[in-house]
Write a protein that binds this ligand. Structure first.
Ligand SMILES: Nc1nc2c(ncn2[C@@H]2O[C@H](COP(=O)(O)OP(=O)(O)OP(=O)(O)O)[C@@H](O)[C@H]2O)c(=O)[nH]1
Ligand SMILES: [Mg+2]
Length: 407
């Protein structure tokens, strides 16, 4: 022992002790660092370094949430299970989207806001025994409501001949003819469902939906609302923020996603290639096994042709994995005939499969439903009826015509 102490008091012994202390300290630092980095990598492995994904919830948690919120939710006969589910849901503070049937009822009255043209028509029809000037007035009302010249002429012609054949001047009967003719124009039998069958290939791909439209029409809002519609139907969803033109666009989308626990694939970089973000969104959706990937896009670029080229590229690149299930064109109902011109350009560039008509709550131009369908030959699938998160509903032609002609 004495010999050891004597050795340690020599310069060589002191140097050896110092070396041992430094080695122990280094070991402790390395251990601490490796502990603190492990949870990060577990929480959000970034599969593609150029993309930054906001992981709001882990997939398993999302699966549980969908199972609870979905339509096939089983009766909660186990009180404890129900209580713990509620606690869990409250802890992540997710909103539960409104089911579709109650939405339609709630929003129907807003459609009546579009009914001013219906009411104007009824006023003329109530005169009975209609004269040439009355028919001119009817035509003008239809044109002002953006029904379009062709559709207005067709409607007047068949209404006039039905009135003549029936030899009636009864306003109630003429009104019922008008309702039938309007319904025929709107298209009661068009297939308005979203075709969201998953694609089977080497892997099972999610159904992808590309959302396009000019700036300010309500694309991002519609993507957010549509995610809620799909959740209410028990589907799992991933969002792709392919509007890289504005930095705030991805944040806006992310806010929509966070409210309901839906994740967003986005790029950290403003001006990143939107096609690569869309590609990664589909890829990530496939890895996660989600049902639907909704891709938001920019509405404004340097010029129109650049935008169209970019959107066509986004679609092409997405389709390297699987065909795009739906291309939804978002149109602002208040823009009237201008919207139709836009619609044609988009349809040519990306092959639109369905229309979402937004801001129908603030528009007296409900006739756009008919003219846009006739112009593009594709159905209006959804209508936006307000700024609320669940103010988007599947388009229902009968409800629409009823609302137009409500007193
Ligand atoms: N009243 C009403 N407002 C709506 C509706 N849909 C969208 N909006 C509003 O329209 C505005 C524009 O919506 P956005 O979703 O940001 O439009 P956007 O097409 O993504 O716009 P850009 O990204 O700039 O191209 C927002 O204030 C929305 O709240 C609707 O159905 N009714
Ligand atoms: Mg947007």
């Amino acid at each position: 022992m004495d010999a050891v102490l004597t050795f340690l008091s020599t310069p060589l012994g002191i140097a050896l002790v110092a070396l041992v202390i430094v080695a122990i300290a280094a070991l402790v630092v390395v251990l601490l660092r490796s502990r603190s980095s492990t949870p990060q990598s577990q929480a959000g492995p970034v599969a593609h370094p150029e993309l930054h994904k906001q992981l709001v919830l882990e997939s398993e948690e999302l699966g549980e949430f969908f199972a609870r919120a979905g339509p096939q939710e089983e009766e909660h006969n186990d009180a404890c299970a129900a209580e713990s589910a509620a606690t869990e849901s409250a802890s992540v503070q997710l909103e539960v989207p409104e089911p579709l049937p109650s939405r339609l009822q709630r929003l129907r009255s807003r459609l009546a806001g579009t009914g001013s043209f219906g009411r104007a028509l009824l006023e003329v029809l109530a005169r009975g025994d209609l004269k040439a000037t009355d028919w001119e007035e009817i035509e003008e009302t239809l044109l002002v409501a953006d029904l379009g010249l062709e559709a207005s002429d067709a409607l007047i012609e068949s209404l006039r001949s039905r009135v003549a054949v029936a030899g009636t001047s009864d306003p109630a009967q003429i009104r019922s003819f008008l309702a039938q003719e309007l319904l025929a124009l709107v298209g009661a039998d068009m297939d308005r469902s979203l075709h969201l069958e998953q694609q089977e290939g080497e892997e099972k791909y999610p159904a992808s939906v590309l959302v396009v439209g000019v700036n300010g029409t309500g694309k991002t809002t519609t993507v957010g609302k549509l995610a809620r519609v799909l959740l209410a139907e028990g589907k799992s969803v991933l969002l792709g923020a392919a509007d890289t033109f504005r930095a705030a666009a991805a944040d806006q989308l992310q806010t929509w996603g966070e409210r309901v626990g839906v994740e967003v694939v986005r790029s950290d970089r403003e001006g990143a290639d939107p096609a690569s973000v869309a590609f990664e969104a589909v890829k990530e959706g496939t890895l996660r096994g989600v049902d639907v990937v909704l891709v938001d896009t920019a509405g404004r670029l340097q010029n129109k042709s650049t935008l169209m080229e970019e959107l066509a590229k986004v679609k092409r690149v997405m389709e390297k994995q699987a065909p795009v299930a739906e291309v939804l064109l978002v149109l602002d109902a208040t823009t009237g005939q201008n919207g139709l011109k836009q619609a044609e350009v988009f349809a040519e560039a990306v092959g639109v499969t369905g229309i979402v008509l937004t801001k129908l709550d603030g528009s007296a131009k409900g006739g756009i439903v008919v003219s846009v369908q006739q112009t593009l030959g594709v159905p209006v699938k959804f209508v936006g009826l307000g700024e609320g998160a669940d103010d988007l509903a599947p388009f229902d032609p009968r409800g629409f015509v009823d609302s137009l002609l409500r007193d």
